[in-house]
Design a protein around this ligand. Structure first.
Ligand code: AHR
Length: 496
């Protein structure tokens, strides 16, 4: 099969916002406890944070980490998790059927974020919580000393405000699984009041309203329209969530990016419809604050337990390829998607897995995320292409899914390419609009076994490998993409 791709620096889609490379840590299973926080571990620092985990996280160059949920936030009283540990209550976490000791809370997360070099994307409880409590948490987090809630933070050992400037107004409030689920109009009214109070506490914040929790909801996309009709001037972003799983056919699964792209386009259209309806000059952008591969059908009931092994999916090479395709679609929508959180970061549907008291492992999905984060920053160019197409459950899909990013500082171009064909594809990359370019690097993720997984015994079963690069300055390159493979190709223009 032959495919062609043209790299034209004038065909700009948009600039990647650093927040596209964000992630998510929820009080869920072992994400926090024995994930990032395990005081008794030999690699724990003086705060109890696992340094082996921190090292892997730092290498992902993550912008923001969303906290504390997720479904968890809709039943969470943030006040339970601050102040002296011996006074913190142990509670039933009704979202995940788990025991929450509250040993880890907002103060610990603020300390952890600083050490990890990440910023916080906070979430307030609009399930059982009230708009007033949302404002109190914000004052606790960002207030300067001298008022009630900021003084509580100081009394708890945190003198300096945390300056958390990005907040989710609740989580998946359309879901029947959500504690305190609301109708679209009731959610809009509650979110509006929370936004009013929160902005009065701190007018520097940006707010994300809950969009549909998934395209599979019967209320999608009417929910999104109704929520925005009630909050358009009060919020800055609308959230999107979507997880994919293998449902029988490899090529359909590999084409998941087609569905994600359609989802983003539908929501962009919905947002802009409300903008027109409101005669507003304001543009609402998108926060894809949960995306990943997740085998949801495999979930099983479990007893009440503290830090149970929950949704600890093991990811294969095939999952990592699907994941790469989704990440590339986020890049290709950089004009409207400004925030995207890989859900989640440690143990629960995560690229990083820990053993309690033991080792840490990079799952297969760790690698495409690291590559996208390392080379996906800059101006995203439209992948002008002539690509053979195949029919999939998500409709017509190109056999090669591509994203092109120009790093304006270095002049380097990165071509990401996912070959979803089960046979090799010849890709011709036309760089003539750049003049001449040289091939500066080629990394590939592929393998004979799509089901291969990384394990503690065999941690490098799925890792990217380098390929030889063509020599010299040329105006076009021919590359063979192996069957079912993800490629990161770096091109240097003559002046780079
Ligand atoms: O990321 C896991 C869960 O998926 C989150 O808690 C929830 O928001 C979504 O349904």
């Amino acid at each position: 099969m032959i495919a062609t791709l043209r790299v034209d620096p004038r065909a700009i889609i948009g600039e990647t916002d650093p927040r596209l490379f964000s992630s998510f840590l929820e009080h869920l299973g072992r994400a926090i406890y024995t994930g990032i926080y395990e005081p008794a571990h030999t690699r724990a620092d003086e705060h109890g944070f696992r340094q082996d985990v921190l090292t892997l996280i730092r290498d992902l160059n993550i912008s923001h980490v969303r906290y504390p949920g997720g479904n968890f936030v809709s039943g969470y009283d943030w006040w339970d998790g601050v102040g002296p540990r011996d006074l913190r209550p142990t509670r039933l976490d009704l979202a995940w059927h788990s025991i929450e000791t509250n040993d880890f809370g907002w103060g610990e997360f603020a300390d952890w974020s600083k050490i990890a070099g990440t910023s916080i994307m906070g979430a307030v409880n609009l399930g059982t919580g009230t708009p007033l409590q949302a404002g109190e948490l914000l004052e606790y987090a960002n207030g300067v000393p001298g008022t009630y809630w900021s003084d509580r933070r100081v009394a708890h050992g945190h003198r300096d405000p945390w300056n958390v400037n990005l907040w989710c107004l609740g989580n998946e409030m359309d879901g029947e699984w959500q504690i305190g689920r609301l109708s679209a109009s009731a959610y809009a009214a509650k979110a509006r009041e929370a936004a009013k109070i929160m902005r009065r506490v701190d007018d520097r914040i940006e707010l994300v309203a809950c969009g549909s929790s998934t395209v599979l909801q019967p209320t999608f996309p009417a929910w999104d329209r109704e929520v925005l009709e009630g909050t358009y001037e009060e919020v800055d972003y609308l959230s999107l969530h979507r997880y994919y799983e293998h449902e029988g056919n490899d090529q359909d699964y590999l084409a998941s990016f087609v569905d994600m792209d359609a989802f983003i386009r539908t929501i962009t259209g919905t947002v802009d419809y409300v903008k027109a309806l409101k005669r507003s000059r304001k543009q609402i952008n998108l926060s894809f604050d949960e995306w990943n591969v997740w085998y949801q059908t495999k979930q099983e009931p479990h007893p009440w337990q503290q830090a149970p092994h929950l949704i600890e999916d093991q990811y294969s090479l095939l999952d990592a390829l699907v994941f790469a395709g989704l990440g590339m679609t986020l890049l290709n929508n950089a004009d409207r998607v400004k925030i995207a959180c890989l859900a989640q970061l440690v143990n629960a549907i995560a690229p990083i897995v820990t053993e309690p008291g033991g080792r840490v492992l990079k799952q297969a999905t760790y690698h495409p995320f690291r590559l996208l984060s390392a080379f996906g920053r800059g101006l995203v160019l439209s992948p002008i292409s002539d690509l053979p197409r195949v029919e999939t459950r998500y409709g017509d899909a190109p056999v090669v899914h591509a994203s092109i990013v120009l790093d304006q500082d270095s002049g380097m171009i990165t071509v990401f390419a996912l070959n979803i064909a089960t046979t090799p594809t010849q890709l011709s990359i036309d760089v003539s609009p750049l003049g001449l370019a040289s091939f500066a690097g080629h990394v590939c993720l592929d393998g004979p076994e799509l089901g291969a997984v990384n394990t503690f015994e065999n941690p490098d079963a799925v890792v990217p490998h380098r390929l030889p690069c063509p020599e010299g300055y040329l105006s076009s390159y021919a590359v063979t993409l192996s069957p079912c493979s993800f490629h990161v190709m770096r091109l240097a223009t003559r002046n780079a």
